[in-house]
Design a protein around this ligand. Structure first.
Ligand SMILES: [Zn+2]
Length: 223
């Protein structure tokens, strides 16, 4: 696989200084998953900008423990995921921490698109369109998980302002080509991604595009 060069501008943690042990381009509209071991850094790169990356985390040794948007927001007293965010599980444990981020604030309230939701929001003619929920189902089935295991996710690079009346609005993304977010795994986590296929609202700029995932081992001193 040919991959573009790592971003030269890497403020904060700079894992790009040494070679990634894993480097993959998730095609537009496709699912992906991989175990990130404790201490490793996962980077998600929005290669072309304005691409929502729906993301779930599970304890790699016990899938019943998984990312909890509610516990995460409650613990950080902040409505978005950003640099410094600590991703908390449904059992109150720290799963991962956002160590660097060039794209501002990321949503974790608006959920993942589904065929059913699309029909309600955009009309029954959208029923056949591929959706994040199907991506999650496909990927989770590889680990023996089902619909019941899909919980509220993080939407990296998705712009969901909260209006003064409390409404959540999905509006044009602000991420630029090459923007990225880095997370350090604080336990062994299974990360499951749906590279969002939505074309009925602006979350992907009406044009789903590929994203890149990279993993670095921790510095030798912190192993
Ligand atoms: Zn989606």
């Amino acid at each position: 696989m040919s991959a573009p060069k790592a971003s030269a501008a890497s403020p904060g943690v700079s894992p790009a200084e040494k070679a990634a042990i894993y480097d993959y381009i998730i095609p537009a509209t496709a699912p992906w998953s991989r175990v990130i071991h404790r201490g490793q850094i996962l980077r998600i790169v929005d290669l072309e900008g304005q691409q929502a990356v729906d993301t779930l985390f599970y304890n790699a040794h016990d899938y019943r423990e998984r990312y909890s948007a509610q516990d995460t927001l409650l613990a950080q007293e902040q409505a978005y995921i950003t640099t410094g965010s600590r991703l908390i599980s449904n059992e109150g444990n720290l799963m991962a921490a956002v160590t660097a981020n060039t794209a501002g604030y990321h949503d974790t309230s608006a959920g993942a698109c589904s065929c059913e939701a699309n029909t309600v929001r955009f009309g029954h003619h959208t029923r056949y369109m591929h959706a994040c929920r199907e991506n999650f189902l496909l990927e989770l089935s590889r680990y023996g998980m089902t619909k019941r295991d899909i919980v509220s996710n993080i939407n990296f690079f998705m712009n969901v302002p909260i209006r003064p009346d409390g409404e959540l609005a999905i509006v044009d993304g602000v991420s630029q080509p090459g923007d990225y977010v880095d997370m350090r795994a604080e336990m062994d986590v299974l990360c499951v991604i749906s590279n969002c296929p939505q074309v009925n609202n602006p979350c992907n700029g009406f044009r789903p595009t590929p994203v890149r995932v990279q993993i670095w081992d921790p510095p030798a001193s912190s192993k």
